[in-house]
Structure formats: C-alpha cells, structure tokens
Design a protein around this ligand. Structure first.
Ligand code: HMG
Ligand code: MG
Length: 304
C-alpha cells in the first residue's frame, strides 16, 4: 500500500441513517447534522432522499432540508432519487448529484420500490436522460449484493450483472450495498474481482457496508486491497434500511476513519469533528451511537 493515498468517504448518515429512525427527526436537526458533517471535511454528504413520503415519512421534509443546508464550496451533496418524479423534485430543490438504487434480488427491490430489478431500469432511463441534460452526476446503488433478507444467498454473477448494467445505464459510480450486513471478505474479493475482470474501473466502484454482524471493516480492508477508494459510511453508525429487517447500522464513519487514517490513507476528514456531529445529533434524538470508535473517544474524553 502506498502511504497517503486518498480515499473518498461518502457520508450517508443523513439519508441512510435518518430514514431508519422511528421518530421524525426535526428538520432543524437534520440541517445542522449535514452542515456539521461537511464542516468536518467529509467530501460527499448524501443529504436526503426524494422518495415517496408515504414510503419514508422520516424524510418527507427533503426539499426543505436540501434548501436550508448552507452548502460548502467543494463539498458534494447527492440525494437519493427512485424515479422521474423524485428527479424532478430533486432538481427543483437544486440538487446537482443524484443516486439511483436497485438491487441484486427482485423480492427486496419489490418491497423497497414496488418494482422488479428489470422494471427499475425502465424507471431510470428518463432520470438519467434528465441528469445528462442538466449536467447532474449520477451514482447507482446495488442493494443485496452479498445477501438478501428474503432470498438469502445471492449469486455473485447476478449482483455483478446489475452493477454493470448501472454503468451502462449512465451511472458514473456504482456502490455495492451489503444491505443487511452479511458479507465476509471472501465475498468482496469475489464480487469486486468479477467486476474488475469484466472491465469495471476500480475508481468508479464504492463499497456500502452495513455492520450488522461486525464484518464491515474486514470487508473494507478487502475492498482497499482490491483497489477500491470510495467507501460509504454513516456517522455514529446510524442507520439500516426499513425494508431490510435486521439491517441495523451502517458501517460507522468514525470506525472507518480510524481504520483508514491508521493505515496511512488520507481522507481530509477530521475524526473528532465527525464524532462531535454524531454526539449533537444523537443527543437531539435520544440515541446512543453504536460506533465503537465514537464510544472509545467519548470514554477517553470523560477520563480526562
Ligand atoms: P409506488 O407506490 O409504486 O409509486 O412507489 P407510484 O409511482 O405508483 O406512486 C404512488 C404515489 O407516490 C403517488 O402519489 C405518487 O405521486 C407518489 P398519489 O398520487 O398516490 O398521491 N410518488 C412520489 N412522491 C414523492 N416523491 C417521489 C414519488 N414517487 C411516487 N419520488 C416508489 C414507488 C419508488 C416511489 C416508492 O416505493 C418509494 O419511494 N420507495 C423508496 C424506498 C426507500 O427510500 N428505501 C430506502 C432507500 S434504499 C436503501 O436504503 C439501500 C441503500 O442504502 C443501499 C444498501 O444499503 O443496500 C441505498
Ligand atoms: Mg444502506
């Protein structure tokens, strides 16, 4: 490994984290959370989702959140978009980057978006066309890459073909989602290896790990070994997916940063500031963050 190599950390807490909260997080707290994360140096902060408010009432205030966030020059603020309607709302709110999402398995995708994987690509076509017209960057997510809460084990070939299709559909980057946190490193090697040998560019792949079973960081290390330099995480380890029972907790940004910085990677992110953003948000929603590094930092500061 070359020291001081750059890794881009994509913060998904305000979207993937808050979509999973039981209660509605006040708009003010969401805005402050996004701003604090950007202020901590996170280069990409996935801000919210323009999905159906009936499906995800927690993010029903997406337009207001997006409009109220004071944007830092140089920080990217992508938003999740499921269809043309969502894209129109995102553009009206001023979004310059969007993320589409589908899955490796039909059952999950149907529960999550009321569409099969095939149908989801039909929905994406007009979204990508609009994005091209407006010069908006498009990321694609594949959920259930390593395992599905409904279908169980997932054939790596299936996950790889969905990821390649997202590139073909016009996504500049594809994020591989371990939606329910079941993956182990050998699966990362297999899926990423197959993608690279199919011609995918490692620089345009991201890993999106949930830490349900404590394997997220091991998977990240395997991804780094395979050449991946874009990693998704959520401040404090907030999150999950409402349509993925048991998908408690995204890989926490604090845990990821501790690992990356310790291994000599450069991220441009201030870990202490991320932990402070987590502390403020967690306090305002009455949650104890699950992040190990957050917990260790708190314990150390209390001993002082
Ligand atoms: P549907 O019911 O099939 O949609 O939902 P529809 O087109 O039939 O429309 C139904 C109603 O919703 C209509 O309203 C539409 O206008 C409205 P009505 O006429 O009945 O009043 N509608 C919308 N409203 C606002 N914004 C929109 C929108 N679209 C339709 N964009 C739909 C289909 C996809 C919209 C719905 O199922 C949905 O929003 N699902 C989102 C679910 C979601 O956000 N899941 C979590 C994010 S994915 C995730 O967490 C995984 C990830 O982190 C990676 C990983 O970990 O694997 C990314
Ligand atoms: Mg997720």
């Amino acid at each position: 490994m070359t020291s001081k190599e750059r890794v881009t950390v994509v913060e998904v807490g305000p979207r993937d984290g808050l979509q999973n909260e039981k209660g509605f997080v006040p708009t003010e707290a969401k805005v402050a959370f996004v701003e604090a994360l950007a202020e901590a140096g996170l280069p990409v902060v996935e801000t919210t989702a323009f999905v159906s408010p009936r499906a995800i009432p927690q993010l029903a205030d997406s337009a207001e959140v997006f409009a109220r966030v004071a944007k830092r020059p140089g920080t990217r603020y992508p938003v999740l978009v499921p269809n043309e309607r969502g894209m129109a709302r995102a553009l009206a709110a001023g979004a310059r980057e969007v993320a589409l999402f589908t899955a490796a398995t039909d059952t999950f995708n149907l529960r999550n978006t009321n569409a099969t994987v095939e149908e989801s690509f039909a929905r994406f076509a007009p979204v990508v066309a609009l994005a091209r017209k407006e010069g908006v960057r498009v990321r694609g997510y594949v959920s259930t890459v390593f395992g599905c809460p409904y279908e169980g084990k997932v054939d790596p070939a299936k996950a790889v073909s969905v990821a390649l299709r997202l590139f073909e559909a016009g996504c500049e980057e594809v994020s591989l989602g371990d939606t329910i946190g079941v993956a182990v490193p050998s699966q990362v090697t297999e899926v990423v290896g197959r993608l690279l040998s199919s011609g995918a560019d490692a620089a345009r792949l991201a890993l999106h790990m949930h830490d349900t079973r404590g394997t997220a960081l091991a998977n990240v290390v395997e991804g780094l070994r395979a050449g991946i330099r874009v990693l998704d995480s959520s401040a404090g380890g907030l999150g999950g997916c409402p349509y993925a029972p048991g998908a408690a907790g995204n890989l926490s940004t604090e845990d990821l940063l501790y690992l990356l910085h310790g291994m000599g990677y450069e991220t441009g992110v201030d870990l202490a500031k991320v932990a402070e953003a987590t502390r403020v948000l967690a306090e305002s929603i009455g949650r104890t963050p699950v992040s190990r590094v957050f917990t260790a930092l708190r314990a150390a500061s209390e001993r002082r």
